[in-house]
Design a protein around this ligand. Structure first.
Ligand SMILES: *Cc1c(COP(=O)(O)O)cnc(C)c1O
Ligand code: SF4
Length: 431
């Protein structure tokens, strides 16, 4: 299958778009002017059920929905479009709206390391053992998720993290012997041609870094473009490259992103998974919990079961980030925990490799362990799965129960305590 991408300028060419009313198409244009919009022929033809598109999780996952913008912003953009306002003025107004949507959650710029006097744009190093690498050729995706916190990278130039040279990255890894894992991320690094993968991976192999154990690739390609591993012209080459890395003793983990079991059911994805596993690649899966897409225990249990059946290891359930269209997707922390627990209860132990629900916050990845009671006070029990300071990990702590909270910054220490245990060190680190 040949890749065909659809965005704001050509989505009306999608044959199935005839199912939409003029108003629905206009809504897509309005919201798609503010938030990035991209889909492709695989999603359109193999994932979306057009007979029921308004409720279809994959339609909602790719096509901007009216309610993803607040009413004022929506009306403002709708009026500008209807009046055919000149482009530069429209851009200015649209950027104002974007900047109100918390385009840079969890202080990602503070993860960019300074090395030999230079800021390494294209690297983030927040947790001791794992470094994120943003190859410049991998900063788009086969389709854009409407919930994505990386949206400013597609929509706003000033928020791009990207790096071209393998050299600087390798120097940095060599200088930091505690790094065992490199995560290639984006965007979606799997949009890169195999020749770019080769440049990076061969450079890493040649550097022969003894402490490098795992190369991870964070990707949604299995769900959005499984042909990347089957019929794309450089698919075989890519699999051979993975085999080669594996033979050198470095583990390759594909950190796959599956939001819904429907993404695991096509013939194409099954074939891709089989080929990857055949090449020695470990596939792990993660996804945020999203209202309107996957907010039920049954969906998650089915997702994990389907994954394990195919040889995929369930890894993380995330809480949707505080950015972009969060309100549309938000599930309260209390409900997130209940969904996690009810799904976890339905599956056997081999599915329970999954961790969550977890919030990727500035201090670290905070897991909602559950709701409990101490001294007659209802509390959330929380735990760091990752911390800016590794000593925070695995130490349960408490916050006042709040049935409406959807993110960590809304939580408060329990009565009698003025701060969370990590706060002093955290502020010291940021001073
Ligand atoms: C989640 C995350 C990682 C990976 O953490 P693991 O728990 O090892 O999967 C690395 N860096 C950042 C910034 C992250 O948010
Ligand atoms: S594929 Fe990943 S990076 Fe790309 S839009 Fe979706 S969640 Fe964001």
């Amino acid at each position: 299958m040949k890749f065909k991408s659809y965005s704001l300028h050509n989505f009306r060419e999608i044959p199935q778009i005839e199912n939409l009313s003029e108003e629905q198409k206009f809504d897509i244009e309005v919201v798609g002017t503010v938030l990035p919009f991209r889909t492709n022929n695989y999603v359109v033809n193999k994932l979306i059920d057009w007979n029921n598109f308004e409720k279809d999780p994959f339609f909602i996952l790719n096509f901007p929905q009216k309610e993803m913008l607040d009413k004022d912003s929506f009306n403002r953009v709708a009026t500008l479009l209807k009046n055919n306002i000149p482009k530069p003025f429209l851009q200015k107004e649209v950027n104002k709206i974007r900047l109100k949507l918390n385009p840079n959650p969890a202080g990602q710029e503070s993860n960019v390391p300074i090395f030999e006097g230079k800021r390494l744009n294209g690297i983030q190093h927040k947790y001791r053992e794992i470094m994120l690498f943003f190859p410049s050729q991998g900063q788009t995706c086969h389709a854009y998720c409407t919930f994505c916190f990386r949206w400013p990278q597609f929509a706003l130039n000033e928020f791009k993290f990207a790096m071209k040279e393998a050299d600087t990255m390798i120097q940095y890894v060599k200088a930091n012997p505690e790094i065992t894992d490199i995560l290639f991320t984006g965007g979606d690094p799997a949009v890169m041609k195999t020749r770019f993968f080769k440049q990076y991976f061969n450079a890493l192999l040649e550097a022969d870094i003894p402490h490098l154990r795992n190369i991870r690739i964070g990707t949604k390609s299995l769900a959005y473009w499984p042909y990347r591993y089957t019929t794309d012209e450089d698919a075989d080459d890519l699999l051979h490259l993975f085999e080669k890395v594996k033979k050198k003793g470095i583990n390759i983990a594909l950190m796959a992103h599956f939001n819904h079991p429907g993404e695991l059911k096509t013939r194409e994805v099954k074939k891709a998974v089989k080929r990857l596993i055949g090449a020695g690649v470990q596939i792990r899966s993660q996804s945020p919990l999203l209202r309107n897409i996957n907010d039920s225990a049954e969906i998650w249990a089915e997702n994990w079961k389907e994954q394990v059946k195919l040889g995929i290891i369930p890894y993380y359930m995330f809480v949707a980030r505080d950015t972009g269209s969060q309100d549309y997707f938000a599930v309260t922390l209390n409900r997130s925990w209940q969904i996690f627990r009810n799904a976890y209860n339905q599956v056997s132990g081999i599915h329970r490799t999954v961790k969550g629900p977890s919030m990727s916050c500035n201090p670290g990845k905070v897991q909602i362990v559950g709701v409990s009671e101490i001294n007659n006070q209802k509390v959330f029990v929380l735990n760091f799965l990752q911390g800016r300071d590794p000593s925070w990990v695995g130490k349960p702590f408490f916050a006042k129960f709040d049935p409406h909270a959807i993110w960590f910054d809304e939580l408060e220490p329990i009565t009698g305590e003025s701060k969370f245990f990590f706060e002093d060190l955290y502020y010291e680190m940021h001073a």
